[in-house]
Design a protein around this ligand. Structure first.
Ligand code: UDP
Length: 386
């Protein structure tokens, strides 16, 4: 990105999925990127290994909001980022997704009148009980550029009155993350044997959303349902869920193998080879459609309706996982074969490049000195004399 000044684009991120979805874009920005990590995820298993996977060096700017309540996270990150942007003003601020870090950085950019670019804009679950939904709406309405990953996201933005000149359709950056980091079939088999599972004969599961892990009855029910599945379940457990399991005294059955969260290449390998996935993750719904594996989404709603009915099924915690995944359990190979013929709805793997081009144009447009032509506008149609 020759035309951008060194360290002129502040990329603010705070969690594992943000690193994954901004990793490629940061690499494309090269020296223009100034990565600021809010520390919302501070566990090394959720951060350092992901920076390493994408070859990203953080600048050492760390806001340090991990483990705090939502209001504290947003407030602390907002004031720290405002100060950081005042001390060294970036030409643009880039955020991704729906986290507290995302909305804090959006507010800080707004306070300092710095152009804001929102990657993965326009997702809506229409569930106002989810903090993520509010983070998305606020960020989209503050953004100077909303980068929409799918036609549905674009429609959501225009339906909310965001003008078309603030929206660009890019696809989702997850496609290039998976395409560049999914190991070869041979390496995947080595990773499977390290985890003692065989291709298409196990379930991969993750859980971390408050709606599932904050209530003891719901969490216990999820683990009961997982234990009823007639396949081994491999579950890299999020630190938040792990803490709640022990706090509520829930002892999962031996059928469920709980492991620490794992690095991205290992995780993608396990997803690409599983019989099916069971999760409340947003990103997993997208990745499943790229590696062609079915996924049970244990949620009240999804902001990724594009995969429902093909790669994904939405199940509530009162439904039977066994019944919902019945055909996937009976004929996994046939199901996988069928999914290979369906394209992912998340784009062609060029979203990061389109995003970088769009932000470079935005910065250039803002920096351009006005010319005489800018002041000579044609008269408004209703003033035109007949
Ligand atoms: N992931 C990973 N290792 C794990 C569990 C998940 O690399 O042990 C990745 C997964 O591939 C996906 C992302 O982490 O890209 C999802 O993160 P999370 O579920 O925390 O966030 P969400 O997608 O729900 O916002």
């Amino acid at each position: 990105m020759g035309e951008l000044r060194p360290s002129s684009v502040a990329v603010v991120l705070g969690t594992r999925p943000e690193i994954i979805k901004l990793g490629h874009l940061i690499r494309l920005l090269g020296p223009a990127a100034r990565v600021i990590h809010t520390g919302q995820h501070y566990d090394a298993t959720l951060t350092d290994v992901f920076f390493e996977a994408f070859g990203i060096a953080t600048t050492g700017e760390l806001v340090g909001v991990g483990g705090k309540a939502r209001g504290d996270q947003i407030g602390l990150a907002l004031s720290s980022l405002e100060r950081a942007f005042l001390d060294d003003r970036p030409d643009a601020v880039v955020v991704q997704g729906d986290t507290n870090s995302t909305v804090a950085a959006a507010l800080a950019a707004n306070a300092r009148e710095i152009p804001l670019i929102h990657v993965e804009s326009g997702l809506r679950s229409f569930d106002r009980r989810m903090p993520e939904e509010h983070n998305r709406v606020i960020t989209d309405h503050l953004a100077d550029l909303c980068l929409a990953p799918t036609p549905t996201a674009l429609e959501n933005l225009t339906a909310e009155g965001i003008p078309e000149d603030r929206i660009i359709f890019t696809g989702n950056t997850i496609v290039e993350a998976v395409n560049t980091l999914l190991p070869s079939a041979g390496v995947r088999q080595e990773i499977l044997s390290r985890q003692h599972v065989s291709s298409a004969r196990y379930v991969l599961s993750t859980f971390h959303r408050p709606e599932n892990v904050d209530d003891p009855t719901t969490l216990a029910r999820i683990f009961d349902e997982l234990a009823r599945l007639p396949l081994p379940v491999l579950l890299p457990l999020h630190p938040r869920s792990k803490a709640h399991l022990s706090k509520f005294g829930i002892r999962p059955s031996d059928q469920i193998r709980i492991i620490e969260p794992i690095g991205y290449t290992d995780f993608l390998s396990l997803l690409a080879e599983c019989a099916f996935a069971v999760s409340d993750s947003g990103g997993l719904q997208e990745e499943a459609s790229i590696v062609k594996r079915p996924i049970l989404v244990v949620r009240r709603s999804t902001e990724r309706p594009e995969v429902l009915g093909t790669f994904a099924r939405l199940v509530s915690t009162s439904q039977s996982m066994m019944a919902e995944a019945h055909d996937w359990i009976l004929n996994p190979d046939e199901v996988h074969q069928g999914l290979t013929g369906i394209d992912t709805p998340f784009g062609d793997g060029s979203a990061s490049q389109r995003s970088v081009d769009a932000l470079a144009d935005l910065i250039k447009g803002r920096q351009r000195q006005p010319t005489a032509a800018d002041y000579v506008s044609s008269p408004a149609p209703h003033l035109t004399m007949k």
